[in-house]
Every structure is written in C-alpha cells, then in structure tokens.
Design a protein around this ligand. Structure first.
Ligand code: SF4
Ligand code: SF4
Length: 391
C-alpha cells in the first residue's frame, strides 16, 4: 500500500482496533465507477489530477456493495468521486446491484449525456436521488465546463428532455439540480458562476416557468422561499421532488483557489468526514480499489488501503485510517492533504487571513446544519476552530 508520508509533528495514537467494529455506519460512502470525464471544468481538479484514469471493475464494485449492505455500514452509496459515472459501460447493472443489496443509490451526473438513450437508462434503474450537476447559467458560464463540442443550447436541451420525460412518466425519483455560487467563499474558483442574487432568482424562475408549462397544478405545489446568497448550501423546490440547490464553490483540499490566494497548512482542525461524531463519516473507494476518506482527496493521497485486497472493515480498522481518525477526533490533522484542506486561506501579497464565510447568516445556517448532523460537541469544536482561523 503506497501513499503520502504523515507528518511526525503529532504522535501516532492508539493501535488499530483488533476486531472489526460492528458499529461502523458511514454517513456517505463513495464508489468511483470511473475517473474518466468528458468535461474538464475550471472549478474541478480534473485538469490537474495526476493519478491514472480507469474504470472500476464491476466485480470489485459488487463486492464492496455486498459488504456494505451485509454489515449495514451505510444506507446509500454514491457512484462518484471524480469522473462521470454514466461513462461506465456497466452502470445500469451496478445500479441494479445496489438496489438488490438493499442500498439506496445517489447518482451525480454532469448532465452532458442526457440523450434519450441515457435518459431511458436513468429512468429504468432504481436511483433514489439523482443530482444534475448543471452549474452554468448561460453560454458564458458554460465555457467554464470545457465540454468540447457540446453547446450550451444542446446541454440545457438535454436537461429539459430529462425533466420532461420524468414528469410525463410520473417518475418518483428525487432530482436535485446543482448550481454553484462563486462569490460566497473567498478563494474559491468562482469564475463566471452565479455571483448575484438576481442571477440566482433568474435561474429559479426559469425552471419554475418550465415546470408550470409542463404541469401547472404540480408546479403550484412547489414554492421556493426567497433567495438569499448569504444563505447558500440550500435547496429551493421548483417542482414536487425537484430541488434547485445553490452550492458554494469549494477548494478541493486547498487545490483550487483564486489567483493571489493560497492555503497555509494547519495541523489543528476538525473534519466531519473523519471525526463526525456518532456516524463514521465518509469513506471512498477509487476506481482502482484505493481507499480514502473523502472526495476532496481527489488524488487518493490518504491511501488507507485497497479494496481489491482487503475488506472495508479491515481498511477502516487498519493503522493508517485509525491514526488519521483518532487524531482528528482530538482536533489534530496528521496527513498533509488534510492539513492543507483545513488550512488557513491567506492573501499572498498581504499575508492577511481570509475568513471562510463572511456573512453571519451563512454561518448561522451552516452551524445549524452542522449541529443537526454532528451534535453539539463537534459544532462547538468546529466553531472554535473557525474563530481561531478567522482572527
Ligand atoms: S466537476 Fe464533474 S463534470 Fe466537471 S470535470 Fe469534474 S468530474 Fe468532470
Ligand atoms: S480534512 Fe482530510 S478527510 Fe477531511 S475533507 Fe479534508 S482531505 Fe478529506
């Protein structure tokens, strides 16, 4: 098993758990069906990713899903870390396997392949929650997605085709439409994403009108609250079962920042992915079986083990995963990727610290979400960490 060296600044703690922990419950489990992508978005590290690309062996995906379901380690799986899952030739079979195992499936697609053929696939397999990662609001912002010859018109046409077929067939699956907001998180690669309240309202109105044309009665049952860009990471219902979600652009463990800013690593910090209270946080298997804690580690540098050779339980209890986790529970980050991820954003010219979120409403909203997910202790620790890095 390879991987990045851990720093020696903090002592390695407790030995690995000798026996499998029957209580492992992941809140998010990611299976990267493929690291290939037919886009190369400016806000994604796809263009700088160095690890080899490939497709996950279907046998490996099934083995992991059987273990997750058999030991009730999670309720749902996500079929991505990097890459576009619909490019996997056995996507349908793997989606059905998740269902047969009793796992819910969350699927993120970049929405570039919404031809009738792919829509039929998507509507015929059991997907509990489908996220259409749209991000771009117009031709100008679509340039950021570097989608080759695909035009913005054809792209949006595919999204509309999918939604029309879903409504006409009364398909019950939940759909989330992701739009990234580029101006709320300093240092995030905002570019031409949504940057104003008017743009956000415009895109919500556009989809409300689209659904009103298709099904006025249904559309009337979904009422989006007033938009506030101070309050991102929030969903706006545009049709029953369809939510438009405003998402803050993120920095992929400090790798994607605006010119003029940099992340200074920090050995202190809290990360819900690895120290998330009662739940075991997140875990991710990359296409070649390499395991990491989260999708921010897009290069797989945490290298906790390999699911081709070990069970998920063994990897979770193994020395590397345990050391990272148990230090993180005490607010210490021992892996360089985590230290950069939870580091301090600064302006390079002045060295001035940049607070993660400036708006108190955003902070309030995120803290209450954090509290619901991770409990009081983690929220207090996270808040103290935030304050320490802001002043
Ligand atoms: S954001 Fe998604 S669609 Fe864009 S390059 Fe990354 S993996 Fe591909
Ligand atoms: S701190 Fe580490 S485990 Fe947590 S999100 Fe960042 S890279 Fe992932």
């Amino acid at each position: 098993m390879g991987g990045s060296p851990m720093t020696t600044a903090t002592p390695l703690p407790a030995p690995p758990r000798a026996a499998a922990d029957p209580g492992i419950r992941f809140s998010i489990f990611l299976l990267e069906l493929t690291s290939h992508c037919n886009m190369c978005c400016d806000f994604c590290p796809d263009g700088i990713m160095k690890r080899p690309r490939g497709l996950m062996d279907a046998g490996l995906a099934k083995k992991v899903m059987r273990e997750l379901a058999g030991k009730r380690m999670c309720e749902r799986v996500f079929f991505h870390v990097m890459g576009e899952p619909l490019l996997h030739p056995r996507f349908d079979e793997l989606a059905r396997h998740a269902h047969e195992c009793g796992l819910k499936l969350s699927l993120y697609t970049n929405s570039s392949l919404l031809t009738e053929k792919h829509i039929e696939r998507l509507l015929s397999v059991p997907i509990d929650n489908l996220t259409l990662s749209i991000q771009s609001i117009d031709q100008d912002s679509f340039v950021l997605r570097r989608a080759g010859r695909l035009s913005y018109g054809n792209y949006v046409g595919g999204v509309e085709r999918f939604l029309r077929m879903k409504v006409e067939r009364r398909h019950p699956g939940k759909v989330t439409m992701h739009y990234m907001v580029g101006n709320v998180k300093p240092g995030s690669p905002g570019g031409l994403l949504i940057v104003s309240k008017e743009q956000a309202e415009g895109v919500i109105r556009k989809w409300q009108a689209f659904f009103r044309d298709l099904d006025p009665e249904g559309a009337a049952r979904a009422a989006a609250p007033p938009v506030s860009l101070a309050d991102v990471e929030r969903g706006y219902p545009v049709y029953p079962g369809v939510v438009l979600f405003l998402k803050a652009a993120h920095h992929w463990a400090g790798a994607m920042v605006q010119v003029g800013y940099e992340f200074r690593p920090s050995e202190a910090g809290y990360c819900a992915a690895i120290s998330g209270g009662a739940a075991a946080g997140t875990f991710a298997v990359l296409w070649n079986g390499a395991v990491t804690y989260c999708c921010n580690d897009y290069e797989g540098t945490l290298a906790l083990g390999n699911a081709n050779e070990q069970t998920i339980e063994e990897i979770y209890a193994g020395p590397k995963a345990a050391a990272i986790r148990e230090n993180a529970a005490r607010g210490r980050l021992i892996h360089p990727t985590c230290q950069r991820c939870m580091g301090q954003l600064v302006r390079i010219d002045t060295g001035k610290k940049v607070p993660k979120y400036r708006n108190p409403l955003t902070l309030l909203h995120l803290s209450s979400n954090y509290y619901k997910k991770h409990g009081l202790r983690q929220t207090v620790l996270k808040s103290l960490d935030y304050l320490r890095k802001s002043f």
